[in-house]
Ligand binder design. Structure first.
Ligand code: GLU
Length: 311
């Protein structure tokens, strides 16, 4: 069924209202910057495969990309080395444990299992073909902008906040390296991974990333091909497995769309061929997903009949 502009507009507005009604949760505070972001910020956006944008709330506020950046770096590694390399070197499995779990590594011989947990994302960053650290970083940053449809840039403040507190991720990088699961210097991979989490994106840019995937890899705003149509299927499969942390199964149950969440408060979801949707609000639930963004995207999926598993 084709989605009309009126239906999308109404769903975005209803999703925004549902988000504002949802309460509870707290800003992430293990990264000092995130604890200071105003908790009342809230935005919802949908972008169609032909480039129409429907937004509500604080949709031009730039927030930390965080874990959602993992799909961009994974996609770049897939484009360069093939999806099979990403699957065999990193994996396509849920860990069943928190996104920064050391136990998940220990239980699996220090294999990361998924490019969408911290260990696998550090491994993805290391898999990008680059001649040095700045080349690796510049390629990832350029790919973020290509996905987002407009320039994405590093926040020096977020980066400083993350680089000075990422000791746990540092341990993860060394554990990966100890088992041969990093493909460049592990501290270079960690540095670049930390920077990729520290860029700022708006909710409109986040929905454009989702819409690029919904549009079989062509950015609907710039009309540029970002990833191959074949890799889109693999990216969405990875998102289904681990995109919403430990709640990925519940997300599949209730929303029925591949998604990816970040501790900055953003979540995006992809309705293949139909719509890219995103929401942002800082307070997170106990597994790390934005309470309000979940409420918005759940409502939009239901109202527009986007659930891929519904008969
Ligand atoms: N930069 C964050 C970290 O490495 C990202 C985590 C997330 O958004 O899931 O812990």
């Amino acid at each position: 069924m084709t989605l009309t502009d009126d239906a999308i507009k109404a769903a975005v507005e209803a999703g925004y209202a549902a988000a504002l009604k949802a309460s509870g949760g707290a800003n992430a505070d293990y990264i000092p910057y995130l604890a200071k972001v105003p908790s009342t910020l809230c935005a919802v956006c949908a972008v169609t495969p032909d480039g129409k944008v429907f937004a509500a709330g604080d949709s031009t506020y730039g927030f930390a990309f965080e874990s959602i950046s993992k799909i961009v770096t994974m996609a770049l590694a897939m484009e360069q080395s093939g999806a099979e390399a990403v699957r065999s070197k990193i994996g396509a499995r849920p860990t069943g444990l928190p996104f920064n779990s050391v136990m998940a590594l220990e239980l699996h011989g220090d294999a990361p299992l998924s490019p969408l947990v911290n260990a696998g994302a550090i491994a993805s960053a290391s898999l990008v073909k680059a001649k040095d650290v700045e080349d690796r970083w510049n390629q990832i940053l350029a790919f973020q902008s290509k996905f987002a449809g407009s320039a994405v840039s590093l926040s020096a403040e977020v980066n400083q906040s993350e680089q000075t507190t990422n000791l746990h991720n540092r341990a993860i990088a060394w554990l990966l390296a100890s088992a041969g699961n990093t493909f460049c210097d592990p501290m270079e991979a960690l540095d670049v991974y930390t920077r990729q989490c520290s860029t700022l994106v708006t909710c409109v840019q986040l929905a454009t990333v989702a819409a690029t995937l919904a549009n079989r890899g062509v950015n609907p705003i710039t009309k540029e091909r970002v990833v191959s149509a074949e890799n889109v299927g693999h990216i969405l499969a990875e998102m289904t497995m681990e995109g919403l942390y430990d709640a990925s199964g519940d997300w599949a149950y209730e929303v029925g769309l591949p998604g990816k969440s970040g501790v900055g408060g953003g979540i995006l979801s992809v309705a293949p061929g139909r719509l890219g949707i995103a929401a942002f609000a800082p307070p997170l639930d106990e597994v790390g997903n934005s309470v309000r963004a979940q409420a918005a995207l759940t409502l939009i999926s239901q109202q527009l009949g986007l659930n891929l598993y519904a008969a």
